[in-house]
Design a protein around this ligand. Structure first.
Ligand code: HEC
Length: 198
């Protein structure tokens, strides 16, 4: 009897623990629906667009919008998709990306899952890819523009501004038709500090 109870307890524990372990072990991304913009486009961007993008293209295949990519994808069926065959290097044809390291197994799994889930490819994604490929757009992004020291804006109340940052603040305050509040007395500052530290 005692033995039976122990076995039952073990089975119960295993029933609880094993599914939990399975969930924990599966890569996080593969549990949710694959998102083209988040999961797939960055792979294409890094590994495929140099030759299949909008720029100087090396092949007829452009993986930049759904209608073009569908020539090598069978939505809902990764096994039948030429894109899968090529990234796996099947059929004796060169493995893609050509002349580079193969995609990582988790990247291949994501692409496979994305195709099997219907190969959703939002309209906005194509636009984004084109924008990213367009070098002139890239160089116009603020991150690529070297910081320049701006000239100080003119202000009416010159005496108020003690440093360049004040000048920018004051210019904005005056632009709004406002005047700066009077400076707090030193004693008040101290009182506020005391209050804050309470
Ligand atoms: C260095 C350039 C280069 C890169 C990078 C590259 N490819 Fe290719 N790809 C080619 C060339 C060249 C061909 C045409 C010759 C051939 O089919 O082998 C081709 C052909 C293909 C084809 C067959 C097209 C057809 O019409 O049958 C597929 C599918 C493909 N590539 C997918 C990819 C994918 C997916 C990636 C990224 C993971 C990728 N390629 C990265 C150069 C490249």
């Amino acid at each position: 009897m005692r033995h039976c109870v122990r076995v039952l307890a073990l089975m119960f524990a295993a029933g609880m623990i094993i599914p939990a372990m399975k969930t924990a072990a599966a890569p996080y991304r593969l549990q949710q629906k694959v998102d083209f913009i988040r999961d797939i486009q960055p792979i294409f961007q890094a590994s495929c667009y140099p030759c299949h993008g909008t720029g100087k293209v090396q092949t007829r295949l452009r993986l930049v919008d759904r209608s073009l990519a569908m020539s090598v994808i069978v939505a809902g069926n990764s096994r039948e998709s030429r894109l899968m065959h090529r990234i796996l290097g099947l059929g004796g044809e060169p493995r893609m990306p050509m002349g580079a390291q193969p995609l990582k197994p988790e990247q291949i799994d994501l692409i496979r899952k994305w195709i099997d889930e219907g190969a959703d490819w939002p309209e906005s994604a194509a636009a984004e890819a084109t924008v990213l490929k367009d070098q002139s757009t890239i160089t116009q992004h603020w991150a690529f523009i070297a910081p320049r020291c701006p000239s100080l804006p003119p202000v009416q109340n010159n005496a108020w501004a003690k440093n360049p940052i004040d000048r920018f603040l004051l210019a904005r305050i005056e632009q709004q038709g406002l005047t700066p509040s009077p400076e707090a007395a030193a004693g008040l500052d101290l009182a506020l500090l005391r209050l804050r530290s309470c």
